[in-house]
Structures are given as C-alpha cells and as structure tokens.
Design a protein around this ligand. Structure first.
Ligand SMILES: [Zn+2]
Length: 462
C-alpha cells in the first residue's frame, strides 16, 4: 500500500494554560434587573461628606488590584469565559478613566465550582464571599445569579458580585457595584423600596431622609449627599430620552419639576444612558481608596503598558493551503509585556462564533483538531493583567487539505526530526520506526505549507 505523509519542519507542543472549545455563548441582559446592595449610606461616607476637605487627595492615577472569582456548577461548567472577563474589566477601566482610578487583575483568576454559590442568595453569597476573600484586593465574584431579579450587589467589607448576564458589552453594572464598594450610594438614596405616585409632589421627608430639591437646598445631606448629582427619585430601572434624561417628569416637595440625570452610572437608568461619575462622586471614591483601602495600593504586582504595535503573524501564511489538516501550526511574534495570548479560530469570516480558542503564554499553537477541506479564519489577541482591552491582530485565513498526518499511519510507530526548528542551510536528520514494510511519499513542509523536500521511499521494517 502506498502512503503519503508530510513532516512539518517545526513540531511544537506548547503548554496550554487553558483551552476553550466550542461556540462562545452570548450573554442576555435584562434591563429590568436591579442592584441588591444593602449597605445604604456607609459610615465612612457620612463622615467624609461632613468635611471632604479634611481627607487626603492625590493627582496620581490610583491602581486597584482585583481578585476575579468566576463561579460555576459543581461539575465545573458554566463559567464566565476569560475573554468575557477581560472585556468586562476593559469596560470597567473605561468607565473609571475620568475618575483617575484604574483596575488590574492581581493573581490568577479563581474558579469556584459550586452550584449553590453559582445561584446564590444573600446568605450563601455572604458565605462564599467570606470563604474566598483575598485581603487588600477588590474581590469580584461572577456567578450565574446573585439572587432573583438581581444584576449584582456590593458588600462594603467583602467585595462585589455580578451576574454574568449583566456583564455584556455596553453594561455598566461592574462600574455601578464598584461605585458602591468605593462608598457611593444611589443618587435616589432614601427612595429604595418606597412606593410613590410620581404624578404627585414628593414628600419633604422619607423615613429619616430629607428629600433632595431642585434648588439644591439640603443637597449635602439629602439624597446621596453630593451637590453635583441632581435630584432623582426613580427606584426602578428606567429608560432615557435623547439627552439621557428620564422620560418621567418628577415634582419635588416645593412643586418644582425635573427629570432624572441618566448619565450617572449610580442611577437606575438603562445601561445605554449611563456613562459617568460626577466630580464629587469621583473625589469621594478617591478619598475612600486613599483612606479605607490604602493597603490595596501596596500590591507588588508589576504593571507594564502593553505595546500598541500591531501583532505580527508568521504561520499559517495568509491564503495558504495546509495540506495536512491535522497538523497545522500557528505562530506569531511576541509583543513586549504581553502575559497571555489568545488564538481564536473559526470557519466563519466574522469569527463569530469562535470554534476553537487557545489561551496561553507561548506564541505557538499546534492544532490537530481542524477539519479537512475547509476555509478557516483566525486572529490573535494579546493582553496583560493591566491592559485587558485586547490588542488584536487582523483576521487571517487559510484552507485545510485532506492529507492524513504521519502518526496516523499504523505501520509507522515512531518518528523524530532533528534539529527542530531548523535554520536555513542546516542538515536535518529524520528517524522513522516501521513495524512492517511500506512505500511512502515523504514531503517536508515549511510551517507555511510550502514544500521544501519531496521523494518516494521504499521503507523496510525496523
Ligand atoms: Zn446599586
């Protein structure tokens, strides 16, 4: 029987720190899901708002370490994917640029396989957050559900938890819960759970809380206590108009009418309305970090900016035919300060869904899982623990052929090629171990698929 087999001049077995295979699942966000934070106005903020000038200030960007805990089922399924974690931290950092606060992922991402914690209530959530707490970092838990109808909540002492369904592109729940953790209340503070007929003027007071007024009277003690966040009485998720204001007109205790400011991330406006913190909110969060969370700033993680140079890819060459479809090697150039690379491969030009995703520190991936006679599209992204907004290559393409890999030939029981990789002009030594005689066509290919050697051999056993 005549066999044909091919040897690639680079055989690579990279260490994969994590391989995700299968289509990426889309996240569905309900705009009606609420925040379950129950801290109210924390004692630290009450004191701060009595005399903000007495608190430390800094013009430096403040870097806060995050410990990310992804929560899944007992069987280890259902985790929020690493690429989604990175995208969410990227959005979080965009939301905090104006506040001069930046977050980075400290240490490895923690996976918690526990179905009870994956769909938890306040009691089991509190148990989880106590059990897995890493001191002096912001502990962020990402389960399937942190409680019925809840997008997430903050516990001022333990960290924050956010439903993975509320971390989709364009969601600001992460920034909202982080705001609570850094001491901010809702701008509608005092109205949580209060039933009001919005066609009527607001009462002067709700329980012990003075109701905020349009003219600014009592603004430092009413509502959230910040005078640059206007009155807001809306304690349910609400849509905004073209100016990001509430469509509902409210009336303050004096009879003055107003619309709520939906640009504030701490409000309950839909995520497409919100984008910012006010100056006083930002100042309070920074003072909170510099006092309550000063130890967080001493984390010894080294932070380096990632090069913004485009990624260079080497193989498969653009548009090439990879004849041996179970032996395809992807290689690209390292970029300075990248910790991890992510290779995504798909039969669709849009790369959506991704069929194979490889996440690793190395710059080479050997694949034996592609199908024959198919067009494939691929790209590589790089990131480090600070730059989680992925630096991504353009999309490349190649085609697979139909040839079988040498190691699939039953009578070929061993094979090695040395040196490997091989430089131009260097001799190579090929050793084959054959269990029974056969005739074969030997071809040696570059990683690009280009043929550099081709010969028919009669091979004896041994
Ligand atoms: Zn909230």
């Amino acid at each position: 029987m005549k066999h044909s087999f091919h040897l690639s001049a680079i055989f690579c077995c990279p260490f994969l720190c994590l391989t995700l295979i299968g289509p990426a699942t889309g996240q569905v966000t309900s705009p009606h899901m609420l925040c379950g934070t129950r801290d109210g106005k924390v004692e630290w903020l009450k004191k701060y708002q009595q005399n903000p000038e007495a608190y430390p200030k800094s013009s430096d960007t403040l870097f806060l370490p995050l410990t990310i805990h992804v929560v899944g089922t007992n069987g280890g399924g259902g985790y929020f994917s690493l690429s989604n974690v990175l995208r969410s931290v990227c959005t979080l950092n965009e939301d905090y640029i104006e506040s001069g606060i930046q977050f980075y992922i400290a240490g490895a991402i923690d996976s918690i396989a526990n179905s009870t914690y994956n769909n938890h209530n306040f009691q089991t959530g509190s148990e989880m957050m106590s059990l897995y707490h890493v001191p002096n970092t912001v502990n962020c838990y990402i389960p399937n559900s942190p409680g019925d109808g809840l997008c997430g909540y903050s516990d001022y002492n333990l960290g924050i938890t956010i439903a993975k369904g509320c971390l989709g592109p364009g969601d600001h729940t992460f920034a909202h819960e982080m705001g609570h953790y850094l001491s901010l209340p809702h701008p509608f503070w005092g109205w949580e759970g209060f039933d009001h007929d919005y066609s009527e003027p607001a009462p002067v007071q709700i329980n012990d809380a003075i109701v905020e007024r349009v003219d600014g009277q009592y603004c430092n003690i009413a509502g959230d206590g910040f005078c640059d966040t206007p009155p807001d009485y809306l304690n349910y998720r609400w849509p905004c108009d073209g100016q990001s204001n509430s469509t509902l007109i409210q009336t303050d205790p004096t009879g003055a009418t107003f619309q709520s400011d939906g640009t504030l991330i701490m409000s309950y406006s839909y995520d497409n309305c919100s984008s910012r913190f006010s100056e006083q909110q930002s100042a309070a969060m920074r003072a909170n970090i510099l006092t309550e969370k000063a130890e967080f700033l001493n984390n010894d993680t080294q932070l380096y900016p990632l090069s913004t140079e485009p990624l260079t890819v080497y193989s498969p060459e653009e548009g090439s035919l990879q004849e041996e479809y179970k032996n395809v090697t992807f290689t690209w150039g390292a970029i300075p300060h990248a910790d991890i690379y992510m290779l995504e491969v798909s039969p669709l030009a849009s790369l959506n869904p991704v069929q194979f995703r490889y996440i690793q520190a190395d710059t080479t991936v050997f694949s034996n899982v592609l199908l024959k006679n198919k067009n494939y599209y691929w790209r590589v992204s790089a990131y480090n623990n600070w730059n989680t907004c992925l630096v991504t290559s353009e999309i490349f393409t190649f085609k697979t052929g139909s040839l079988t890999a040498a190691h699939d030939i039953a009578s070929l029981t061993g094979m090695s090629i040395r040196p490997n990789p091989v430089s131009a002009g260097q001799n190579i030594s090929l050793n084959l171990t054959i269990s029974e005689p056969f005739e074969g066509a030997v071809e040696i290919l570059r990683p690009s698929g280009q043929k550099v050697f081709s010969e028919n051999w009669q091979l004896a056993a041994g």
